[in-house]
Design a protein around this ligand. Structure first.
Ligand code: ACO
Length: 362
């Protein structure tokens, strides 16, 4: 038995494969660099859902249905937004999603796939005292998310950057949140129940909760002035360096390079470029410090380090970074949930009891 299920194969999937030694991510037969920056998020949603819904339309009609689903989510949840906004932004999104029907048809799936992208900007605006902006069903999905956040149509470069991010994080093998999603789907519960399980697992800092703390780390190091000294002190106190390390990758997470290239394209001479140059120095210092502190383990940069820079550059506050992660990963969760529902069995492992036994009465 392993504490953490390392190397346990708990599902067969046609969806994605993570090669931890080669540093490669394959999504339905496509290497990540083939998709990121080349395919739109809606096309990748279609790729993931292919075979799991009999009425899944072609690319053009699916784009239209995704737009309609954004509108449907907004209309359904608008009356609850003000009360949800009293919660922290992640809990508010999760609570809103819990109000959606718990079915398992394509309409249910598309509502769930669009819900984080609709709820996050709406809730952020209400928290700031501004009215929520309704989706534009005809707009591009990532661009519409930014428009609903900022109230203006984003530059094509920024919309493409967010779209590339959503594609980059859309699926990633049997990570903790996807496993949680599959466990719930294996009971034949509905897709909303499965997605709520994924959202619960994604929130933690060892998984999708890391990019907010990456920003806090960069700010703290900037104020401190000595990256290596700050990082060494953290490790000496038993802290983990956020944005580094992975259960599967023993080499650099391929998603880190994809996202770093996107930030570089956005960067230029402005604040994003300055922040990127600083983050690159911190990254090198962290890799050097980790190599010395943990010589027996190869701890490399993971997806969350450059996620933090990209989402900061896109104008999201750090407390909403996990929401945006969910806006991408939800497509993978839905595909895995459907794969589990249609091809899998109830997931029910065993535990080994190591507690006391009842006294045996003679
Ligand atoms: N900083 C410092 N030490 C680390 C780090 C890190 N980022 N990552 C692993 N380690 C150390 C652990 O302290 C432990 O050391 P020890 O053996 O001396 O006690 C050793 O490496 C193994 O740690 P585990 O938790 O068993 O390793 P695992 O491979 O399961 O860790 C994890 C993966 C949880 C992601 C870890 O690397 C981590 O905590 N990273 C920081 C948080 C983070 O970036 N999370 C996002 C991950 S990417 C994603 O989920 C989308």
């Amino acid at each position: 038995m392993t504490n953490g299920l390392d190397d346990v194969v708990a599902a067969e999937t046609v969806l994605s494969d993570v090669d931890g030694l080669g540093g490669r991510l394959t999504i339905r037969g496509h290497a990540l660099p083939e998709l990121a920056g080349r395919w739109k998020y809606a096309q990748v949603v279609r790729l993931l859902l292919d075979g799991f819904f009999e009425d899944l339309p072609g690319d053009t009609d699916l784009v239209q249905k995704i737009g309609q689903a954004r509108g449907d989510v907004f209309v359904r949840l608008q009356p609850t937004l003000a009360s949800l906004a009293s919660l922290d932004i992640y809990s508010a999104m999760r609570a809103g999603i819990a109000l959606l029907p718990d079915g398992d048809n394509l309409t249910d799936a598309l509502r769930l796939i669009t819900a984080p992208a609709v709820l996050t900007p709406a809730l952020l605006r209400i928290k700031r005292g501004s009215p929520a902006i309704a989706p534009d069903p005809h707009a591009d999905h990532a661009g519409d998310m930014l428009r609903m956040l900022n109230g203006c149509v984003p530059s094509p470069a920024l919309a493409k950057a967010l779209d590339t991010y959503l594609v980059t994080v859309c699926d990633h093998g049997l990570n903790a949140s996807t496993f949680a999603t599959r466990v719930v789907a294996s009971t034949q519960a509905g897709l909303t129940s499965a997605v709520l399980a994924g959202l619960g697992a994604l929130k933690g800092p060892l998984h999708g909760g890391a990019p907010g703390p990456v920003i806090e780390m960069l700010d703290a190091i900037e104020a401190h002035g000595d990256a290596a000294g700050w990082l060494r002190a953290e490790i000496a106190h038993g802290e983990r360096i956020m944005g580094f390390g992975h259960r599967i990758y023993r080499v650099r997470d391929p998603r880190a390079d994809v996202l770093k290239a996107v930030v570089r394209q956005l960067g230029g001479e402005g604040e994003t470029g300055r922040r990127l140059a600083f983050a690159e120095k911190v990254e090198q210092a962290a890799l050097d410090v980790l190599r010395v502190a943990k010589p027996l383990r190869s701890i490399q940069t993971n997806v969350e380090f450059y996620t933090a820079l990209l989402l900061e550059a896109a104008g999201f506050p750090k407390e909403a970074f996990s929401n945006v992660f969910a806006a991408g990963r939800v497509a993978g969760w839905i595909a895995h949930a459907r794969e589990q529902q249609t091809t899998g069995r109830l997931i029910r492992p065993q535990s080994r009891y190591v507690g006391p036994m009842p006294d045996l009465v003679a």
